[in-house]
Ligand binder design. Sequence first.
Ligand code: 6R9
Length: 635
Amino acid sequence: MSYYKVDNLEQYFKHYNKSVREPRKFWGKIAEENFTWYQQWDKVVDFNMAEGDIKWFTEAKLNITKNAIDRHLNKRGDKTAIIFEPNNPEEEALHITYNDLHQRVCKMANVLRDQGIAKGDRVCIYLPMIPELAVALLACARIGAIHSVIFAGFSADAVSNRITDSGCKMVITADGGFRGSKTIALKEIIDEALEKCDSVEKILVVKRTNTQVNMMEGRDQWIQPLLDEASDNSIAEIMDAEDPLFILYTSGSTGKPKGMVHTTAGYMVQSAYTFKNVFAYEETDVFWCTADIGWITGHSYIVYGPLLNGATTVIFEGVPSYPDFSRFWQIIEKHKITQFYTAPTAIRALAKENLEYINKYALKSLKVIGSVGEPINEEAWHWYNDHVGAKKCPVVDTWWQTETGGIMISPLAFVTPTKPTYATLPLPGIQPVLMDEKRNEIEGNQVVGSLCIKFPWPGIARTIWGDHKRYIDTYFSAFPGKFFTGDGALRDEVGYYRITGRVDDVVIVSGHNLGTAPIEDAINEHPAVAESAIVGFPHDVKGKALYGYVILKETGEIRNKENLFKEINQHISDHVGPIAKLDKIQFVDGLPKTRSGKIMRRILRKIAEGDFSNFGDTSTLLNPEIIEHIKEGSK
Ligand code: 6R9
């Protein structure tokens, strides 16, 4: 019996139970039957959770690019591996076959080796969403260098901190990047970032925008002439299962960013298995994940997961609003996308626009639509289901984290019945538990608690680069022996999970635990509301009371704010309960968001508390200017 693909609900429970009872057999069989190894493991897993010491497939030898590229060449050499859709819709899309990809990756791998990069060296990749970005990741993996992709929207400061933290020897960047109507001078940002780092010896530059750049003699080189000269064959480095594959910094939390380290074999197995099952991937599908490769979603579901399965994956350079709000829908029609995977923030933004943008295009190729990154509110879920999925495509609401490497809790398309706003059931191999404040596991259903995972899974990040103690403190000490996700969740009457938001977003009002997400859902249900965020602020009687920041839809209609406040509270009363009513409301033009679309609540919390003294690190904010506006409006 093969465990690689779950075909129906009954089989899901069978596989799930097997994965809990005999995790070694379960993952061992998947690893053995679906991947190419130079040498088998001696233990499937070896771990001590309390010490954050986790190893999968010990002593096994492999190269992930052999699995993501070479082994497909016989059967699928001429199949498209990557479709590149440029920012400008007038520019022709590029179809890169598996043969082409092999050649490109080998060439770049040879260039990296020629430039002195060896196994274990860190390479910073700061590129726009162009094919070279995926090729650069794979070229690093081919030679055993550790890639550290930094989202090409980060500022010089953020880049420089990350490069210094991981001690990168090389940076691969571009002259510039196109994003909608803008051009971003990436090389210039790298030049500025490097003023403060001394580990970088070489910079390779891709030409994309023809932006004027300064090339420093001896340090900087255009990559194309080097690629032209390089051989198109390169021997893959033999890697140990636990050799680091990449470092990826997590977005938007307090303090110094955490460089999560993912290792080779476990990450490979997890990203491939989850891709196949969550999206019900089949050979002729065309898969499109709209994330940036600079985030974990792009690593796992634009690059590794799809390529490991021999799929066709789309790299889109642009933004959903350029040249207009129909761009996503136009691309789905053009490339006959079968699986579409995006974020609630994008769904809400597009749902605000006229339906004509979407109705112009035929989306009938779609089979599965997915959501990731934050809780999806009910209104957005229905809009997505009705207008994008035409009520025919399962909506897979996928919960996971940079730290988990792959999707953890999610419906499996065509297997798990979906339920709006619920991530539903854990994937086989994943053992979630809810914990109470006394650190006890909460048994049974219809309960809420802190979401932990009690058994390791292959894709878990193994450490924080350079700071294993912080790794243990952050993930394994709040609930000893368990991995703490930082999220709260509820488990409904049938055992479905709903992620209620970060636990640090939970507000205790008059002794009641209130998750922010369901209250925001209720507020967003009000027809005048576009988006909202709530936080707690100190209250004499209740301990904490709720403060709501609300963005109104631009309807041109002037509303009486007093009445609106009452109506919104009525909505909350109706949907969540009177206990969750807001004490204060502030109408704002925007919310402080990280570049990956998450609301930075700690800033809103400080403003709600009237404390304007120190907002901490705001370098990951997309719109730092909004802070001043919200501050003024709060007075
Ligand atoms: C993949 C990714 C992780 C945090 C996570 C949670 C939130 C992600 C979610 C979700 C509710 C979902 N999150 N997916 N919350 N429902 N389907 O986003 O990784 O950037 O590390 O963020 O995002 O709070 O803990 P990352």
